[in-house]
Design a protein around this ligand. Structure first.
Ligand SMILES: [Fe+2]
Length: 362
């Protein structure tokens, strides 16, 4: 096989990454930028001093802060970059560069029905997903915060069961994506992802065994509705359009470039350390889960999605919009899953794992 080479996962890689040739891009002046709802603006009088989105913060000196404030007042998604340059007397090339930098970190979105380079779109969606997840974390009291206030074995066990279901069902959405893949290369990328993922449920099962659960227990357990929504949304996206599926995988698979793999690995380590606090569950039960997250992060699963999108030089306005909305819908299921997990499993009394014959919570 002429193209084959070894992947980081040890499987035979049949495709070549396009990341390097997509890194350099420039927005078309017909792009019409609009400020992202998640962006926060800091002002000093009339001037903008900084703009933050997610963990990214861009600061301005007083001169550029005044210029940016003028730009911001006009940037409503209906004016193109070219029109903005004309109205503000800014140099068009400078403005293309500035808006491009804001677009790369998802501080702005394109509202025009025009093409955007795939390198730009992947960076935007990746950063948007990180910022959105941060916003979810601020609004939803998650497992970590709940556990920190009141360490509870039931909550940790519930978290591990739900996580198991999510990972164990990976083949159910990667396989339709393989069937729907429009090119030999994208099919190869998804096959590699499946080869890396299909057995991870079995890895996590060993952690549930360490907690004393048998295979019969695990077979009797059902995912919460939020986990079902998460899995089925991936399956639906895969069966609709591989670009929709890629946008979801980019958002929730491990190894986001926007977050940085080292930072993600650090957060994973801290999270499982906190769950192991006070010895409510043995470290042997948590180890396969932590190992799994670190392996997915090191293998850069999120970048597999980027590589599928990079097959296109540019994406149309309709593709940009449907990918962004599919990704955000997916992240909404992620938030609801976390909310349901805490609601069902934070009660001190209750079954050790959810089954579908549970009566709905009032
Ligand atoms: Fe995995």
């Amino acid at each position: 096989m002429a193209n084959a080479n070894a992947s980081s996962t040890g499987t035979t890689r049949t495709w070549h990454p396009l990341l390097e040739q997509r890194r350099s891009w420039s927005l078309d002046p017909v792009v019409a930028p609009a400020l992202c709802r998640l962006a926060q603006i800091e002002r000093d009088g009339d001037a903008v001093t900084a703009l933050s989105i997610g963990t990214k913060r861009i600061s301005f000196d007083s001169e550029s802060g005044q210029r940016f404030a003028r730009l911001l007042a006009l940037m409503n998604g209906r004016r193109t970059i070219r029109e903005l340059a004309a109205e503000t007397d800014e140099d068009l090339d400078d403005l293309v560069d500035i808006i491009g930098r804001l677009y790369a970190v998802a501080a702005v979105w394109n509202e025009a029905d025009c093409l955007v380079p795939s390198g730009a779109l992947v960076s935007n969606l990746d950063h948007l997903s990180q910022a959105f997840q941060l916003a979810l974390g601020e609004r939803i009291r998650g497992v970590r915060e709940t556990f920190e206030d009141q360490p509870s074995r039931r909550l940790v066990v519930g978290y591990l069961f739900e996580y198991f279901h999510m990972v164990n069902d990976a083949a159910s959405h990667i396989s339709p994506a393989i069937a729907m893949a429009p090119t030999h290369r994208s099919r190869g990328i998804l096959c590699e992802l499946l080869a890396d993922e299909y057995w991870h449920g079995e890895l996590l099962r060993t952690g549930l065994h360490e907690l004393g659960f048998s295979d019969d227990d695990i077979a009797r357990s059902d995912p919460l509705a939020g986990s079902i929504a998460f899995i089925n949304h991936l399956r639906g996206a895969a069966m609709t359009d591989v670009l929709h599926y890629a946008a979801c995988v980019l958002a929730t698979e491990a190894g986001s470039e926007a977050m940085g793999r080292d930072r993600q690995a650090l957060l994973v380590g801290r999270f499982y350390e906190s769950l192991g606090r006070d010895g409510v569950v043995p470290p042997e039960a948590l180890r396969p889960f932590a190992e799994h997250d670190l392996v997915d992060c090191a293998h850069g699963h999120s970048s597999f999605a980027g590589e599928i999108i990079y097959e296109h030089d540019t994406l149309t306005g309709q593709q940009q919009e449907s990918m962004r909305r599919t990704m955000l819908r997916h992240l909404q299921t992620y938030g609801e899953r976390e909310r349901q997990l805490v609601r069902f499993y934070s009660a001190p009394e209750g079954p050790p794992y959810f089954t579908a014959d549970e009566l709905p919570l009032s």
